[in-house]
Design a binder for this molecule. Structure first.
Ligand code: ADP
Ligand code: MG
Length: 458
């Protein structure tokens, strides 16, 4: 992509104003984002330059996800974002090396892959029972696209590495066969493409575009299940690709036969391939992931005591996203308040002193509802309470507001506050919408029932 500096500035200004809005704290915003800019765009990587290493650590620990979401929303492109201080950028320019995206060289031949080069097989930690099978199947398919399991269907709870494996497959295929056209899409992206094609009367173009693909990676297919017409088109494209020997890899939060509203014909088509479950991590794997993450972030690992790693691994194993979150929280605390200290159990108790204690998890409150709904929809709590309006975020947000009203009988104003300062009329319309949809759409009703059950059981 060739873009001028003024275009960079335009993009970054737009991103900054959204970040400022989301952070909603002028002092914090200017402390961290003053004098930041886009230093360059290379393929699908945007490098953002910040004034110092200290600021870069804080932004990486605290705001990277928000920046990526907003960049994606602003540019409608799945950019990977690298935060570097000015010094590091200078050094990189001198050595001519991109230190952050080793090995992977995605040449796109003008074709958008949506692949995130950060997720590879190399940095996927293989456990024992939890993810070994899915890793092996993914690797086999990546080395022999279209030849073995088709489709490969990977399912399991959120935060266990499904998206990571999809990108790893795509990146590996691109390395092995650089002319292969690989496309990564979430079910939501597919839905959006579909709606756009209908609106602009370009359904044939859409199908033609998919005909050109060699490998399709479709993430979170459960979100397509309720969208009748979109599903029809997907089925058509699916057959088209499979019949011409193209590889399809799909992920979902549950086994195909358990996705309500997925017709038998699709379930049986999926069954012709291989369905593999990715399971919660064992403690040892969680520990290995922590070590790998510390190593890859250039953090001085010697600073962190083994006891601390064991504590995090045992409290947060099972879900890698939470595991990474806990580590980031700890590192953020150290960088911000105590940069020179050794990280030991004292630091841990300082850092997590506000975290809900295990035994409090039974108490049902808005926080509990937010975290359970976010997990159910495979998003973060900050996305849930943000102002971003991606369709799956909006659905999850509305349902969470509805449940707060139903199960806690919270005042509308209070619910609004819990969800990033929304107006009470927004809450009313969300609650009414969910009420209506749950009567019309059995999947909605099912999701609410599942969530209530999860919340009651905790
Ligand atoms: P899912 O799609 O199943 O919800 P993700 O693939 O998004 O989960 O994983 C969540 C985070 O955990 C990502 O940052 C991912 O890189 C990391 N992760 C998950 N499993 C592993 C693993 N086995 N090794 C290293 N990182 C992992
Ligand atoms: Mg995912």
């Amino acid at each position: 992509m060739v873009l001028s500096d003024s275009r960079f500035e335009e993009i970054w200004n737009s991103v900054l104003s959204k970040i400022e809005f989301e952070i909603n704290d002028k002092a914090q915003f200017s402390a961290y984002f003053y004098n930041t800019k886009i230093a360059g765009i290379d393929g699908d990587t945007i490098t953002v330059s910040v004034p110092s290493k200290f600021i870069s650590e804080i932004i990486k620990a605290k705001y990277l996800e928000l920046i990526q979401d907003i960049l994606r929303e602003t540019t409608q492109t799945n950019f990977k974002c690298i935060i570097l201080d000015e010094e590091a950028i200078k050094n990189r320019a001198l050595s001519g090396k991109d230190t952050d995206s080793k090995n992977i060289n995605i040449k796109d031949h003008g074709f958008v892959t949506n692949l995130n080069p950060r997720y590879t097989f190399d940095n996927f930690v293989v456990g024992d029972k939890s993810n070994r099978e899915s890793y092996t199947a993914a690797l086999l398919v990546a080395n022999n696209p279209g030849q073995f399991y088709n489709p490969l269907f990977i399912y399991g709870k959120s935060g266990l590495g499904k998206t990571h494996l999809l990108h790893a497959i795509g990146n590996k295929i691109r390395l092995n066969k650089s002319t292969f056209r690989v496309l990564y899409l979430t079910a939501d992206d597919f839905f959006e493409e579909y709606v756009k094609a209908i609106k602009e009367n370009e359904m044939e173009d859409l199908k033609d575009r998919f005909r050109e693909i060699d490998v399709l990676l479709l993430d979170d297919i459960q979100f397509l299940a309720t969208k009748e017409k979109t599903k029809e088109t997907f089925f058509h494209i699916f057959n088209l690709l499979i019949n011409s020997g193209k590889q399809i890899i799909i992920t979902s939060d549950r086994h195909p036969s358990e996705i309500k509203s997925l017709e038998d014909r699709l379930v049986s088509r999926f069954a012709q391939g291989l369905s593999i479950e990715i399971k919660p991590l064992e403690y040892e794997t969680a520990l290995k992931i922590l070590k790998k993450k510390i190593e890859s972030q250039d953090i001085n690992g010697g600073q962190i005591s083994e006891e601390v790693l064991e504590y995090i691994a045992s409290n947060y194993s099972g879900d890698v996203r939470q595991l990474e979150g806990a580590l980031n929280k700890l590192l953020f605390y150290v960088i911000t308040y105590n940069p020179t200290s050794v990280i030991d159990m004292n630091t841990v108790s300082e850092t997590f002193k506000d975290a809900p204690k295990k035994h409090n998890e039974n108490t049902l409150d808005a926080n509990r509802i937010k975290s359970v709904v976010a997990e159910y929809y495979n998003i973060s709590v900050s996305q849930l309470t943000s102002k971003l309006r991606t369709s799956n975020l909006v659905t999850a947000r509305h349902i969470a507001m509805y449940i707060c009203r139903e199960m806690l009988d919270l005042p509308l104003m209070k619910i609004g506050e819990e969800f990033g300062g929304k107006d009470h009329t927004t809450v009313i319309s969300a609650v009414e919408k969910v009420n209506k949809l749950s009567k019309e759409n059995p999947d909605y009703a099912e999701a609410i029932k599942d969530l209530k059950k999860l919340l009651q059981n905790q």
